[in-house]
Design a protein around this ligand. Structure first.
Ligand SMILES: Nc1nc2c(ncn2[C@@H]2O[C@H](COP(=O)(O)OP(=O)(O)OP(=O)(O)O)[C@@H](O)[C@H]2O)c(=O)[nH]1
Length: 448
């Protein structure tokens, strides 16, 4: 949608085009502004959603940014040279519901930085990623780029899906066998708007929703017509659970979804992942984003139960951290736990989520987009009631390819984690024993 398409009657400033400098201060400047990224296939209803946000009387002050990012290799290089200052934020429109709208041209990330210089002028950002086939690099950039995430916190990724067209879009093979655009958008979404519900029957909607769940068992799915939705279901969800952010039951709701069977054309023994050396959690050109497979549709979700608690989630001795990094950086279960005969040993993961408790009583949310991941600690007592929190079973959800032998993958992961945790506890016990012996020696010396 271009700014010209907005109904000028919606403007309540005399100058219909208000420049950024003239935009009023709306909120305190000290907080991070949550950003929602909107993706979706051509014609799915993204512009209709933005139009809805800009015109509804929802009481929120949202900066809507419409963007043309170009191709994704471009984005990755721009994520690195994010300091350059050549992108211009074009005109701003201030609308009578308190929202702001701008279109940026050229460099997406730099434009957002420019925008953030005006931080405090809005309390939420909605970014439309028009023309981007793969949302992951943008998600990673906003999540991972220090210059940006001082000011912006990634809130959630919303994918708008055309209920009448998505089945065909998902099945559509790419000539090189890589994930197609619709698959990527559905797999990486935190929230899916199953839009154009008016164009299909209730049975069709059920079938399409089941297909989406097959691919992404963790996304919150809402059925919409003309992208109309209560914005409380869409914005300020804090899915990426920044440590300072309140904990919300919605963040955990996706984990209650049942496991899903692989979709069409699953192929036993198809190792579609691309193992690679990647020892640190940052975007990398050789990451699994470029992995390809002749089987375009074997993307699915897998839920793995985790123990009631683990000793730790970070640090060199953490068994869980070691297993998750082996999965995400090497696309593999740990060595020493061989696959069942004929089963794949490698994965190509698009998205990972998890919830886990540590022995010290803390709770953690794991978010992973491709090969980057983060365990964010849930602030004690924030948001969810104790009863809510008790209902959340520790688990790990993997979304991607190569997850055909679900039972086998689950078993191998659980066994490897149990063994790792046992060793971790032993090592911790030995350290503690050593420490108490030292203390005893010191006491004896003192007494002596
Ligand atoms: N029947 C019906 N039409 C819809 C619905 N949502 C959007 N449309 C129409 O579908 C067409 C495409 O919608 P847009 O919002 O422009 O889609 P988009 O995702 O922004 O499209 P691009 O910008 O081309 O990627 C427009 O003609 C909309 O009016 C819906 O729920 N039902």
């Amino acid at each position: 949608m271009s700014t010209e398409e907005l109904d000028l009657e919606d403007l309540h400033v005399d100058d219909e085009l208000a420049l950024a400098e003239d935009v009023p201060q709306l909120v305190e400047t000290s907080t991070k502004v949550p950003m929602t990224i909107v993706t979706g296939y051509l014609g799915s209803g993204k512009s209709t959603l933005l139009d809805y946000i800009l015109k509804e009387q929802h009481g929120r002050r949202i900066a809507v940014i419409m963007n043309e990012f170009g191709d994704t290799s471009d984005i990755e290089s721009k994520a690195i040279s994010v300091q350059s200052d050549d992108a211009l934020v074009e005109e701003w429109l201030e609308l009578n519901n308190g929202c702001l709208c701008c279109s940026v041209r050229d460099t997406g990330l730099t434009a957002i930085l420019n925008l953030m210089e005006k931080k405090g002028r809005f309390d939420q950002i909605v970014l439309e990623t028009t023309g981007v086939a793969d949302p992951a690099p943008i998600i990673q950039a906003f999540w991972n780029e220090p210059a940006l995430n001082l000011d912006v916190s990634l809130d959630a990724v919303v994918s708008v899906v055309d209920a009448a067209g998505i089945e065909k879009q998902i099945q559509d093979p790419r000539p090189d066998g890589s994930y197609n655009e619709a698959q990527r958008q559905v797999a990486t979404a935190d929230v899916i708007l199953l839009n154009k519900a008016d164009l299909v029957t209730p049975d069709d909607l059920d079938r399409v929703e089941a297909l989406l769940r097959t691919i992404n068992s963790t996304a919150l799915i809402h059925r919409t017509t003309r992208s109309a939705i209560d914005l409380a279901l869409l914005l300020d969800l804090n899915i990426y659970a920044a440590p300072s952010a309140p904990f919300r039951p919605e963040t955990l709701a996706p984990f209650s979804q049942p496991d899903t069977a692989p979709s069409a054309s699953s192929c036993d023994g198809c190792a579609s992942g691309t193992p690679h050396e990647h020892p640190h959690p940052h975007p990398h050109p050789s990451s699994s984003t470029s992995a390809s497979s002749p089987h375009a549709n074997d993307i699915s979700s897998l839920t793995i139960p985790l123990p009631a608690s683990v000793p730790s989630v970070t640090g060199p001795h953490s068994a869980l951290y070691a297993l998750v990094s082996a999965l995400l950086w090497e696309g593999q279960l740990p060595r020493g736990s061989p696959p069942a005969p004929g089963q794949a040993d490698a994965f190509d993961l698009l998205r990972t989520k998890g919830f886990v408790r540590t022995d010290d009583g803390h709770e953690w949310v794991l978010q992973g987009v491709r090969d980057i991941f983060d365990f964010a600690r849930v602030p004690a007592g924030a948001g969810a009631t104790e009863a809510d929190a008790r209902e959340v079973e520790p688990k790990l959800v993997l979304i991607g390819r190569g997850l055909t032998d679900k039972e086998g993958v689950r078993r191998r992961f659980v066994e490897a984690l149990e063994e790792g945790v046992r060793r971790e506890r032993e090592a911790l016990g030995a350290v503690e024993e050593g420490e108490s012996e030292e203390e005893e020696d010191e006491d004896a010396e003192m007494e002596g």
